[in-house]
Design a protein around this ligand. Structure first.
Ligand code: Z15
Length: 829
């Protein structure tokens, strides 16, 4: 740092961020004319977006610096959120709103000759995630900063985020998402690098005291380079950091030697191989594919992050046993579980701590969040692969397992079954490392993400661990969403209306204040304004549908939305079968009868994993149904079926506020929480859903009269599945009519959908579509009837919004902070 006498000059020139329109414009023009080397003669919307973002980035980074200084001086405990996915979406609108300068920017952009909405639309989504898990991490970052927690996110800087989805002839086509061409929101830190080792072997030696020391030697080195993204809190100067690691070839002697030997091509190939590690996000949601490169990504990211965390801790010159007082690390799913092993390795092999002391530190540091009970999503890695890639880590895993099983044996003598069932190593062919078990053994707390889900993990997949560790180690933290992005940003008019009926914008920092809305429920002018806002949001979506799909939809129709990843457990097939049933019923009616029906628009959106064949069939069927229904003159406005291409965070910000009804209809017990359910209700839409995930808690909060629940309960799922397979399984007449229509070619080549129909009719109907079909149809009829009474419908919406305070990610983060991390916010003077 700079010596005292020279600091005066620094202080004198300290950057003061703009606070008014003039200051903002000056910064924009400066960036256009210098950073971008353009002028008023060739500043298009893209350049105006870049310059505006750079102006805000400069502001954020000065606050970021101060925040880091504050945290270093305070020297308190920090939280590190390790996630392979951060589904951030756009940054500009969020930055403008969080620092409270959107109106200033609007005025400035206007004077410079642009519209702020057009400028915002220029930004490419940062789509470093698949779905709910990645978006949750992004909401958490917003809450951590807004609540002034000293917290860092750590992830990978993928060159390609989640693919862009195109729908061509009704089929999904994947296009690479190269998003880094110009990204004003990241700061490359070429001076912050970590060398990461792979492969090689382990040599043992004795130290002076006769203690065995392990040395991991040889193999190859890849360098991790840090890229930082500032995360501004809402209405606070706190600006936290998201650090993403990018891989590149290490600049060690090895390459130089090749280069000097004239082996230029092979040294370029090495370079590319190294860069492959952070090249692409794996596009699977709720599925483990066990690819070697994925394991490399995990270790690369975890090792770089831990090195960084340990380096920061060491600066404080504290004793190792104080590590857990300074550091809390949260494992977002099992993807970062190698961090447990890596920290143990650092402490034992490098820092020379005794095993037990090190293990105490490790388990006090980590917390593990489970996000699924689906067996196909639970990560396992072949022992052989682990041995090859990370030989020392495999040894440590075996030792962790040995000591763990010894403790189990003490507690349950002569119980061989429990030993096999909880062993971190599955004795299969080939042997596998069970990552969830490793995460449980290596953490002091394990949480699920909604009450039902947390109960289920304790009674099913992890029940033996509850016997061993007791119930205190297992807990629930129900998910939440940030009201800044999902209300204030996505639905500005509703946010203003709510502000006018509550204590201004305080609800954005304390969402429970929404309850004040109930006092205005009998105010007719308020309800009218409420309904008008919903209608305007629907008109906006209507225009978007016209522009992108050239389909005319009636904005007064009931907008029924299901947007999420396509998965059999989420049951988009139940929805589209229901749509077909509605279509057949309309077709069978007389014209007079049809006139009495309620118009509906069924809106779908979501990506299928590229290798998930059945999910792609579902997309195809939805599109084929749309192609028939939308141009059927008998139907007109009564039913439209829309597939919105390339569903992502920024599209969600437009779609969610435009829904009347959204569908959250997973087979009971399969959706751990769901978070879009919360977003839709917060924006004044009602829900049709199963008794699953957070739907249950939403019902408890808003009242069962304000939600359309249907279907099998989770406790009955197993018996029904069993009955389908071993008893007789029949499908009711209504669903059979749907199948007959599909198989008679009404919606295109019937063979295309044979497997989808057979999965329900002939192959055990694992997701209970047939069991829930009738109650789904009946419940949709109730929806129609209730929607006819618009006054009552609007009241239900308002009441629901008023009771959604619990689902803020601020509440959720405070629960983690108190119950798991033991960290406190940093007071700002
Ligand atoms: C994912 O998006 C979720 C769980 C997973 O295990 C994986 Cl790999 C990806 C989702 C859950 O399906 C969803 O119910 C939950 O709301 C979300 O995580 C956040 O907890």
């Amino acid at each position: 740092s700079i010596p005292e006498p020279q600091r005066e000059a620094w202080k004198k020139h300290q950057v003061q961020g703009f606070t008014d329109k003039d200051g903002f414009e000056k910064e924009v023009v400066r960036h256009v004319e210098t950073t971008l080397a353009r002028s008023l003669f060739n500043c298009d919307e893209g350049a105006a977006y870049s310059a505006t973002s750079l102006a805000f980035r400069d502001r954020l980074i000065t606050e970021w610096n101060k925040t880091q200084q504050r945290q270093t001086t305070a020297d308190t405990k920090r939280v590190y959120y390790l996630s392979l996915e951060f589904l951030m979406g756009r940054a500009l609108d969020n930055a403008m709103l969080n620092v409270g300068l959107k109106d200033v920017a609007r005025g400035g952009i206007d004077e410079l000759g642009f519209r702020i909405e057009d400028i915002i639309e220029q930004e490419h989504d940062a789509a470093l995630g698949n779905g709910g898990l990645g978006r949750l991490a992004a909401c958490f970052l917003d809450s951590l900063a807004s609540l002034n927690y000293p917290a860092w996110g750590y992830g990978l800087r993928y060159r390609y985020g989640i693919f862009k989805q195109e729908i061509i002839n009704g089929y999904q086509v994947e296009v690479p998402d190269y998003w880094l061409d110009f990204n004003p929101w990241e700061f490359p830190r070429h001076d912050v690098t970590v060398d990461i080792q792979f492969y090689g072997n382990v040599r043992k030696s004795q130290d002076d005291n006769g203690k065995t020391v392990c040395h991991w030697e040889g193999g190859e080195i890849v360098t991790a380079v840090a890229y930082d993204m500032p995360i501004p809190g809402y209405a606070t100067p706190s600006t936290n950091n998201l650090r993403l690691w990018s891989s590149k070839a290490s600049s060690g002697e090895f390459d130089f030697q090749k280069f000097n030997n004239g082996d230029y091509e092979s040294s370029v190939a090495d370079q590319q191989r190294a860069e492959t590690i952070s090249a692409v996000l794996y596009p699977n949601d709720n599925l483990d594919r066990g690819k070697e490169l994925r394991l490399k990504q995990q270790y690369f990211w975890v090792a770089a992050s831990l090195y960084d965390i340990v380096r920061r801790f060491k600066k404080s010159k504290r004793a190792w046993r104080e590590f857990p007082d300074q550091v809390a690390i949260q494992l977002n799913d099992t993807h970062p579980t190698l961090a447990v092993v890596e920290l143990q390795r650092i402490l034992v092999d490098i820092e020379g701590l005794e095993w037990d002391e090190a293990w105490n530190i490790v388990t006090s540091t980590f917390g593990y969040t489970n996000h699924t009970v689906l067996p196909e999503a639970l990560e396992k890695w072949p022992v052989g692969l682990m041995q090859h890639l990370l030989p020392r880590h495999l040894q440590i895993i075996y030792d962790i397992n040995l000591f763990f099983l010894q403790s189990v044996e003490k507690k349950f003598p002569n119980d061989r079954d429990i030993l096999t069932s909880v062993s971190i190593i599955e004795e299969s062919q080939p042997k596998m490392v069970r990552m969830a078990y490793l995460a449980i053994v290596g953490s002091h707390k394990v949480n699920g993400v909604a009450e039902l889900h947390s109960d289920l993990i304790q009674t099913t997949i992890f029940k033996d661990f509850v016997k061993i560790f007791g119930t205190d180690k297992f807990t629930n933290v129900t998910n939440g969403i940030t009201p800044r992005r999902w209300l204030h940003q996505a639905n500005p008019r509703l946010s203003e209306l709510i502000a006018s009926k509550t204590s201004g914008h305080e609800f954005l920092k304390d969402l429970t204040q929404l309850n004040k809305l109930e006092l205005s429920i009998d105010d007719a002018a308020f309800r009218k304004e409420w309904a008008e806002i919903k209608y305007a949001n629907k008109v906006r979506l209507t225009k978007y549908i016209k522009k992108t799909l050239d389909v005319n939809v009636n904005p007064a129709a009931l907008f029924d939305v299901q947007v999420k990843r396509i998965h059999e457990y989420k049951r988009q097939q139940l929805n589209i079968f229901g749509v077909i049933h509605r279509y057949l019923a309309l077709k069978a009616m007389s014209p007079e009868e049809r006139k009495k029906q309620l118009p509906r628009v069924s809106i779908f959106g979501g990506k299928a994993a590229p290798g998930y064949w059945m999910a792609k069939q579902i997309i195809h069927l939805i599109n084929n149904v749309g192609a028939v229904v939308n141009k059927d003159p008998d139907i007109g406005d009564l039913l439209k079926v829309i597939y919105l291409e390339d569903y992502n965070v920024s599209k969600a910000e437009m779609i969610v506020p435009a829904s009347d009804l959204s569908e959250h209809i997973s087979t009971a017990g399969t959706e751990a929480s769901g978070t879009s359910n919360m977003k839709f209700v917060l924006n004044g839409g009602l829900i049709i859903g199963t008794c699953d995930g957070a739907n249950i808690e939403i019902t408890r909060e808003i009242g069962q009269e304000n939600i359309f629940l249907f279907g099998t309960l989770s406790e009955d799922v197993e018996d029904l599945r069993h009955a389908h397979t071993y008893g007789s399984h029949t499908v009711d007449a209504d669903l059979n009519k749907v199948f007959d229509a599909i198989q008679s070619g009404t919606f295109g080549e019937p063979n295309d959908f044979g497997a989808m129909v057979a999965a329900v009719r002939d192959h055990g109907d694992y997701y209970l579509v047939s069991d829930d079909f009738q109650s789904y149809i009946d419940t949709q009829k109730m929806v129609d009837n209730e929607y006819r009474n618009q006054d009552e419908w609007v009241r239900k919406c308002i009441r629901s919004v008023a009771r959604m305070g619990f689902f803020s990610s601020d509440r959720c983060i405070n629960e983690y902070a108190e119950g798991i991390w033991n960290v406190e916010p940093l007071a700002i003077k």
